[in-house]
Design a protein around this ligand. Structure first.
Ligand code: ADP
Ligand code: MG
Length: 269
């Protein structure tokens, strides 16, 4: 049975906007919803890998090796939880731009690698680094959707036009539509600034704006404890928010004729 794997890059060249928190917790949420999920850590700082493994990925079995030495992605994937796998990262990714500079298909290597596991997953999330280098470009080329976390606490929309332009360019040169979704993060209902930024995001992205993720200390705590929010505090606002966004994403993907669930077990546990 061939299913349509949906690949979603989480990107914003601004740091600290919640990319890694989103990649980890959306992956965990969709795995809990019985989807088969792979999280690819494309960041040399390896925040997602450290969150889930409490260490960097094992030597020579990290995303760098699939992009640079052509190792098969199946060889580096590690199981995290039921239906939730990780392609781990480490600091070796930091040299990616110079290592791939004159190599063939420098920006399309992740896409090719993911072809090997197309039947194994419903969703692939890609945690991109906080800059627009070759790693992020590999994320865009592999992506069906790019989710842009935008924090509701600063002049955060400023980085978005450049990001949009880059995604559009990939879309044009690869002759393929890439959906853009905005995810408001660090939302604080009681603050005027936060509400203003959310309004501005909605004005710009209209129906492509996902439900906001509230600022929630439990999310930061979960990261420090090396847990997903569902392990750390499944009743927290952070867990509820990410579950809601995960369902929205499943819905959007479903509208594309995909997203069949693992097995036939009930989602209620
Ligand atoms: N909604 C949130 N509420 C509170 N803290 C958050 C939230 N999202 C992320 N954080 C914390 O903010 C910091 C930056 O988040 P992170 O996901 O690493 O951002 P990025 O990957 O964009 O750099 C981390 O310490 C994380 O735990
Ligand atoms: Mg990060």
């Amino acid at each position: 049975m061939s299913r349509n794997m949906i690949t979603i890059a989480i990107a914003n060249q601004k740091g600290g906007v919640g990319k890694t928190t989103t990649a980890v917790n959306l992956s965990a949420a969709l795995a809990r919803e019985r989807f088969r999920v792979l999280l690819v850590d494309l960041d040399a700082q390896a925040g997602a890998t450290q969150n889930l493994l409490d260490s960097f990925g094992p030597q020579d079995k990290v995303v760098h090796d699939i992009l640079v030495t052509g190792r098969s992605i199946a060889e580096i994937i590690l199981p995290i939880a039921a239906g939730f796998d990780l392609a781990p990262s480490d600091l070796s990714l930091a040299a990616l731009d110079s290592e791939l500079a004159l190599k063939a298909n420098a920006d399309g290597r992740l896409r090719v690698a993911l072809d090997d596991v197309r039947d194994r997953y419903d969703f692939v999330f890609i945690d991109c680094p906080g800059w627009l280098g070759l790693a992020t470009l590999n994320g865009f080329v592999a992506a069906d959707f790019v989710v842009i976390p935008i924090d509701c606490k600063a002049q955060s929309l400023e980085t978005v036009p450049r990001l949009k332009r880059d995604v559009l360019e990939v879309s044009r040169f690869h002759r393929r539509a890439i959906g853009l979704l905005a995810l408001p993060t660090f939302y604080e209902q009681r603050l005027n600034l936060s509400r203003d930024i959310l309004d501005a995001i909605r004005e710009q992205f209209e129906s492509a704006t996902l439900a906001p993720v509230n600022k929630n200390t439990k999310l930061a705590e979960a990261y420090v404890r090396r847990k997903t929010i569902f392990e750390h505090d499944p009743t927290s606002a952070g867990a509820m928010d990410y579950l809601r966004v995960a369902k929205e994403i499943a819905h959007v993907a479903n509208a594309q004729g995909s997203g069949a669930r693992r097995g036939s077990r009930s989602t209620a546990e």
